[in-house]
Design a protein around this ligand. Structure first.
Ligand SMILES: Cc1cc2nc3c(=O)[nH]c(=O)nc-3n(C[C@H](O)[C@H](O)[C@H](O)COP(=O)(O)O)c2cc1C
Length: 191
C-alpha cells in the first residue's frame, strides 16, 4: 500500500475499464454543447437515474449548470475520433456531426449505441468535479454493435464474452444480479 500520490491514484483508477460517452446539451442561445465523459454510470432503476461528473475547469460547465436537460450518447467502437474531438477544448466539435433533436432539445448523436435524454435531477459537489444526476425521460438503444472502451489512458475494444449471457434473476433488486450464471468463474462459489 502507498500513501496517496496523484499519479498513482490516476493509474490505479485506470484499471477500472469504462465505456465512453459524449454528454450534450443546448445553451441558452441554442448553441450545441458537448464533451467526452467516461464518468457516466447508472444510479437507479426506479426512478431511472444516471450520473456523470464534470471537471470544474471544463469550459462547458456553466452551460450544463444552467440547463434543464442533458443527453448521454454511448459511443460505438468506430467513434474513437469523435470521442477525441469532444475531449478537445476550444475546438469546432460539431463540424460535420449529424445530430437530431428530441423533446428536451439536446443534440442526439447518430450512430451511438444508445442515447438517453435526461432532466437534471440534482447537482452535487464532487471535489474538483461537479456531479450531475439525471432522470432519464426517453432513450434509444441499438440492438447490435460494440461499445468503445477506455482503460489505462487508451481506447480499447471489447473482448470475448465469459459464460452465458447475464439475465437478472426473478425478484432481483439489482440490474447487476447475474443469477449465478457466472458461478464457474467465481472462486468463492462451492461446486
Ligand atoms: C475517454 C475520456 C473520458 C473523459 N471523461 C471525462 C469526464 O468524465 N469528466 C470530465 O470532466 N472530463 C472528461 N474528459 C475530458 C473532457 O472530455 C475534456 O476536458 C473536454 O474538453 C472538457 O470540455 P470543454 O471542451 O468544454 O472544456 C474525458 C476525456 C476522455 C478522452
Amino acid at each position: 500500500m502507498t500513501a496517496l500520490d496523484g499519479r498513482e491514484f490516476r493509474d490505479a483508477l485506470g484499471w477500472f475499464a469504462t465505456g465512453v460517452t459524449v454528454i450534450t446539451t443546448r445553451g441558452p442561445d441554442g448553441d450545441l454543447v458537448g464533451f467526452t465523459a467516461n464518468s457516466f454510470t447508472s444510479v437507479s432503476l426506479d426512478p431511472p437515474l444516471v450520473l456523470f461528473s464534470i471537471n470544474r475547469q471544463a469550459s462547458c460547465l456553466p452551460i450544463f449548470e444552467g440547463c434543464a436537460h442533458f443527453a448521454v450518447n454511448i459511443l460505438a467502437e468506430h467513434q474513437a475520433a469523435l470521442s477525441s474531438r469532444f475531449a478537445t477544448a476550444n475546438h469546432d466539435k460539431w463540424r460535420g456531426v449529424a445530430v437530431e433533436t428530441w423533446e428536451g432539445g439536446c443534440p442526439i448523436l447518430g450512430e451511438a449505441l444508445a442515447n438517453f435524454e435526461c432532466a437534471v435531477h440534482a447537482m452535487h459537489d464532487g471535489g474538483d468535479h461537479r456531479i450531475f444526476i439525471g432522470r432519464v425521460l426517453r432513450l434509444r438503444s441499438s440492438g447490435t454493435g460494440k461499445p468503445l472502451l477506455f482503460s489505462r489512458g487508451a481506447y480499447r475494444l471489447l473482448g470475448d464474452r465469459l459464460g452465458a449471457p447475464a439475465e437478472a434473476a426473478a425478484g432481483s433488486t439489482s440490474a447487476l444480479d447475474n443469477g449465478g450464471l457466472f458461478a464457474e468463474h467465481e472462486p468463492w462459489t462451492s461446486a
